[in-house]
Ligand binder design. Structure first.
Ligand SMILES: *Cc1c(COP(=O)(O)O)cnc(C)c1O
Length: 393
């Protein structure tokens, strides 16, 4: 039944489990454990838990299960496992499936913590990592090998918003039998059909658009039932990366309005990007659906709309960028994204501070680059705020 529902109906109703009280709003089962009627039942439950049978919240919990089923329905995935954070999802998905001697190819424009998992953690345990320019299909072709076990990428990179041709990369990866793992945060589950485009496993930091109101950390791994239950679940449940029931409840409530919020934010970002394009104080405006975006054609194929984030490169470098940030009155300086509140970030001195100047230059993270995560405020108010702050530069 839920398979035939459209997105907004799924976001409100999929996965709902009502207790004997018939509550309207999803219940928070804030319990780590579950009681058994008898010793025999406990024995049976540990042997094999059924649909609505739980043992311990690190393994599963009714509120968390509701969230997992709702997001799996949205994504069109067979199953999902919720995690304590986006990074628990990325590290869980990769570590669960890899072993010493395996080869991984990944795009190099990665969130810093994702890079740490690949280069510091997995490499330490004998996994060989090759990093490529994700927008260069020949580089992917040259990097994959018969022993390539996984291909990892952020479908849209942070903060330079490079768009990777997931469809083509998936074909290259599948040609050598590799599993395609996609961190899909920037594309959002509303605009991206990553599984249809060829991803095998999709990962989200639910901290971003899915909570969308700056409250909780969370993450989720989506894939086939076989992958989630046989590969991911044993690893995550035994290593302790499970999502808390309270956070799952916040995510469930966030999902009810996800489509509405992402559409409003995207409309705002699209309008602001178009208005700023060609502004005299900007060296670049980066937004996937602007015609001058380097992977514009790919972006049109990968996503129905351009997303909720744009980046601008302020002529005059760091000093000019700081003046811009400090002059904003509505947009707040922080480092989250996908929030109802518009957030502005200076990547070179915050999220990407630890990279060397050379690494930042390779990734296009210039001193004047500013990332704008557009919230649900009135787009004209935001545009006036941005134009006013640019005047102050
Ligand atoms: C935020 C983010 C993460 C990490 O998520 P947390 O919830 O902060 O652990 C991973 N990948 C991308 C692309 C992100 O934006």
């Amino acid at each position: 039944m839920t398979k035939d529902w459209n997105t907004r109906t799924k976001l409100v109703h999929s996965g709902t489990r009502r207790s004997q009280y018939g509550e309207v709003s999803e219940a928070i089962f804030l319990t780590q454990g579950f009681v058994y009627d008898s010793a025999e039942q406990a024995e049976q439950r540990f042997l094999k838990s059924g649909e609505d049978e739980f043992i311990y919240a690190r393994y599963g919990n009714p509120t968390v299960r509701m969230f997992e089923e709702r997001i799996a329905a949205l994504e069109g995935a067979e199953d999902a496992f919720a995690t304590a954070s986006g990074m628990a999802a990325v590290s869980g998905a990769l570590t669960a499936m890899l072993k010493a001697g395996d080869h991984v190819v990944s795009s190099r424009a990665l969130f810093g913590s994702c890079l740490y998992i690949l280069e510091d953690v997995l490499a330490r345990f004998g996994v060989e990592i090759t990093l490529v320019d994700g927008t260069d299909l020949d580089a992917w072709r040259a990097a994959v090998r018969p022993d390539t076990r996984a291909v990892f990428l952020e479908s849209i990179s942070n903060p330079t918003l490079e768009v990777i041709d997931l469809e083509e990369v998936a074909k290259i990866a599948h040609g050598v039998g590799a599993t395609v793992v996609v961190d899909n945060v920037f594309a959002t589950p509303i605009w991206s059909r990553a599984l249809e485009l060829g991803a095998d496993v999709v990962v989200y930091s639910t901290t971003k658009h899915i909570d969308g109101q700056g409250r909780c950390l969370g993450g989720v791994i989506l894939g086939t039932r076989e992958f989630i239950r046989k590969t991911v679940e044993p690893y995550v449940k035994h290593t302790g990366g499970a999502m808390s029931p309270f956070n799952a409840w916040v995510m469930l409530k966030g999902m009810e309005t996800l489509d509405l919020r992402v559409r409003a934010m995207t409309d705002g970002a699209t309008k602001i990007a178009a208005a700023l394009d060609g502004h005299g104080k900007l060296a670049r405006v980066i937004f996937p659906h602007l015609p001058d975006h380097p992977q514009h054609d790919v972006a049109l194929r990968m996503m129905e709309k351009g997303g909720t984030v744009l980046s601008i490169d302020i002529a005059g470098g760091q000093a000019a960028a700081f003046r811009f940030l400090n002059a904003l009155k509505i947009m707040t300086i922080s480092n989250n994204l996908g929030d109802a509140k518009s957030i502005v970030t200076h990547p070179a001195t915050t999220t990407h501070q630890r990279l060397s100047e050379e690494q930042r230059a390779t990734l296009g993270i210039t001193p004047g680059l500013v990332r704008l995560s557009v919230g649900i405020e009135d787009a004209d108010d935001l545009l006036a705020d941005i134009l006013g702050a640019l005047d102050a530069v």
